[in-house]
Write a protein that binds this ligand. Structure first.
Ligand SMILES: Cc1cc2nc3c(=O)[nH]c(=O)nc-3n(C[C@H](O)[C@H](O)[C@H](O)COP(=O)(O)OP(=O)(O)OC[C@H]3O[C@@H](n4cnc5c(N)ncnc54)[C@H](O)[C@@H]3O)c2cc1C
Length: 448
């Protein structure tokens, strides 16, 4: 039987018999992170997920194959992380799947025509660690490089000083710093649009600053790109949940209503000591909760299977065209292309998007011209993330709610990060902290 922990001394708690029960709505990364954190600390956790699998927007599923072939398991879209995503890596550690993430030290920038420039860490310490490779990158002119170098220095200086970074767009700031068109299109846009999922003119400068500070300037390895070696869904079905018998997953169990009295599931009220709502913000009004006034930004993923190898690169950022990133999923024959902030693709049909993708790929990888496309799959996620527009940070609520026993999580809450896997895990840890604090058992789950 649960009893509240008692403070026995300053900062020391008697937690014997502490078995608070928490219900979590939503099995995306935010809900899973909260479940893993509280579950490890002995909470009784029941997590309700509307779908038949975990992972939410960072997941994988089987797509039907043609004829006799076995269905293929694909990610809804390639998900990448940076080494500076410390809480996400901590969550993978808790799940015992940290070794299923492969890190890459090279970023390949390809121009139409196929010329490749490589950005990677050299011998100098941060923040100068890219200097050697950057100077040798052929996709930038000397004027571009001087402009980028100047802006990076300014970013370092202004990061903590400027107070208007949530009010101006990243493009406004880059124009203030007199960036050349190539520097904007081939460097800043190429990195930031995919990291923040928003166009430079719609993205608050504060997010661009954070990505470059944490990923590219503050440490020498923060930029390293992590790519799961397995389908995303396999990161959450791991043995880890079995090691936490006090955490129970309920699949195909949509929560219908959330109030101070509990969750309504299948018409029945289910009660506990604490509740965590880890649902996308657009779902809240239907459940009786207020939603922040945020907008969405779409992402489109294009999966292409060729009859032969068309590239040996593991991944690359594709300059000056619609397709932004290429990931080599299998032997140079199965490629995944990603377009973030993909509003322009919304009205296009599946066939038009595939034709566009093949047209772009031919420019970068000449072998595509000889290859035959075996199959293709297009995933348009219209509600991929919230739009990190200027003046939206103040709209993102914290982890406490107007209902004292209800704690909020989700990549749209005020996690200190934009809508990313790291942001979602941070929000889950913060909601877990908020729940733990509210029962008198303050615990730190967030790493930084
Ligand atoms: C196409 C695409 C590409 C992306 N690429 C990247 C990337 O490369 N790197 C990166 O860091 N981030 C990326 N993201 C963002 C990242 O996936 C999200 O920020 C993160 O997964 C959000 O997690 P979440 O738990 O907050 O929300 P969600 O993942 O949306 O989880 C919410 C869960 O709640 C469930 N649910 C909904 N309604 C109910 C209900 N009534 N009852 C119970 N359950 C319910 C949903 O099924 C879902 O499982 C991408 C997102 C998309 C869509």
């Amino acid at each position: 039987m649960w009893r509240p922990p008692k403070r026995v001394d300053d900062g020391v708690w008697d937690t014997e018999g502490f078995m608070a029960k928490v219900l979590i709505a939503g099995g995306g990364l935010a809900g899973l992170a909260a479940a893993a954190a509280l579950g490890r600390d002995g909470w009784e956790v029941d997590l309700y997920e509307a779908r038949g699998f975990l992972g939410g927007r960072a997941t994988s599923y089987a797509v039907p194959a043609g004829g006799e072939e076995v269905p293929e398991t694909i990610d809804n879209c390639q998900h990448v992380l940076l080494r500076c995503c410390t809480n996400l890596l901590n969550f993978y550690e808790r799940m015992g799947v940290r070794d299923r993430i492969q890190f890459f030290r090279e970023f390949y920038f390809i121009e139409p025509g196929g010329r490749i420039s490589v950005m990677k860490r050299g011998r100098l310490p941060a923040p100068l660690h890219f200097t050697e490779s950057f100077l040798s990158m052929k996709c930038f002119s000397t004027a571009d490089k001087i402009a980028i170098g100047r802006a990076l220095l300014a970013l370092r200086r202004e990061r903590t000083r400027r107070k208007d970074l949530d009010r101006i767009s990243m493009l406004d700031w880059l124009l203030q710093k007199r960036q050349t068109p190539h520097a904007i299109d081939r460097f800043w846009r190429q990195v930031l649009v995919s990291a923040i999922n928003e166009d430079l003119d719609r993205m608050a400068a504060i997010h661009g600053f954070q990505v470059f500070w944490l990923g590219f300037l503050s440490t020498a390895n923060g930029y390293e790109m992590g790519i799961p070696k397995v389908p995303l869904g396999e990161l959450y079905t791991a043995d880890a949940w079995r090691q936490m018998p006090n955490v129970r997953m309920h699949y195909r169990a949509p929560v219908e209503r959330i109030s101070a009295e509990g969750f309504v599931i299948d018409g029945q009220l289910v009660a506990a000591d604490r509740y965590i709502c880890a649902l996308p913000f657009e779902k809240l009004p239907a459940l009786g909760l207020p939603a922040p006034d945020l907008q969405h930004s779409p992402i489109t993923g294009v999966h292409l299977w060729f009859d032969r190898e068309v590239t040996t690169l593991p991944h690359a950022t594709l300059l000056d065209r619609t397709m932004q990133w290429m990931f080599n999923k299998e032997g140079g024959r199965y490629l995944q292309l990603v377009v973030s902030a993909s509003r322009d693709l919304t009205p296009l049909s599946r066939k038009e998007i595939i034709d566009l993708a093949i047209g772009d790929l031919r420019l970068f990888f000449p072998r595509v011209k000889e290859a035959s496309l075996i199959k293709a799959h297009v995933v348009k996620e219209q509600r991929a993330t919230f739009s990190a527009a200027p003046e939206t940070e103040s709209l993102r609520p914290g982890n406490e709610s107007a209902i004292p026993n209800l704690h909020m999580a989700g990549d749209w809450t005020n996690s200190g990060w934009p809508a990313t896997m790291e942001g979602a895990v941070r929000s889950g840890y913060l909601a877990a902290q908020s729940a733990a604090r509210s029962v008198g058992k303050p615990t730190l789950y967030l790493l930084n």
